[in-house]
Design a protein. Sequence first.
Length: 323
Amino acid sequence: MSAFPVTRLRRLRRTPALRSLVRETRLDLDDFVMPLFVCPGEGVDRPLEGLAGIAQRSVDRLCDEAELLAGLGVKAVLLFGILESKDEVATGAWDDDGIVQRALRALRGRAPELVLVTDICLCEYTSHGHCGLVRDGEVANDLTLEFLARTAVSHVEAGADVVAPSDMMDGRVAAIRAALDAEGREQVPIIAYSAKYASAFYGPFREAAGSTPAFGDRRSYQMDPPNVREALRECELDLAEGADVIMVKPALPYLDVIAAVRARFDVPVAAYNVSGEYGMVKAAAASGWLDERQAAIECLTAIKRAGADIVISYWTKELAAWL
Ligand code: PBG
């Protein structure tokens, strides 16, 4: 390869058209998933504090929003339930009349073309806020599996197209796969939150979902941030258990993990651009310190460039307008 002055990399940066001709990574709305929060009531559309631009909505309002998103070209949403009444066994998660189940039934009719993904976890529904059932002060892995599987089956019966377990219990993908198959739902894919780290960047989400653990933290089940080889093991195990898509979460502080997962596995890779990543940019933009649109597109492009096929992001709706 010849060097300067024969080679001048600036030649291909001269105009927008030249730059776009040689652009290696592009954002396509088809790859994005918009998270949505559903709560009880009617006519509720309450902005979430700490998650600027995102609201919790009752089923009726959620349906309006879903219709709007579909109209903007958004292809997929990820549903989270927000509840006030919680108990030790997370009844609200697996109850056939639970908030997510009701939302799914309503959405199925209103936005038939949207891919409805649901988050499978107990933390929004347990009184202690942990992602599994607690026995003797510890999150009990095997005991939790049955409840996660029950939740997944109940979501699918209500109309979910895809389930996404985010709890980080060992063996949950296998438990969910077996339970779905036993109900004749072998066609429903699982997006596994495989490499989900114990991150400070979930702060705004937990505030919004009221799911901050009442005691301790999530470090005994979510991954230790310094580890990347372990993330590959998590992915390998989830694939062996039947995951169709593997996920890395959060995204921006873990781009190296996304790249490592991409290099190792030939399956679709998802990345979750979490609440804290979004919130930081929102806050800086609100202070006039950076341009939100530019910063957001740069962040999302970085996640794609690292190797993610699917990106879950609170910017999805705005991205639809930006692209
Ligand atoms: C767990 C779950 C969490 C998020 C998605 N699913 C919170 C947690 O693990 O504490 C975080 C998403 C975000 O921060 O945007 N059900």
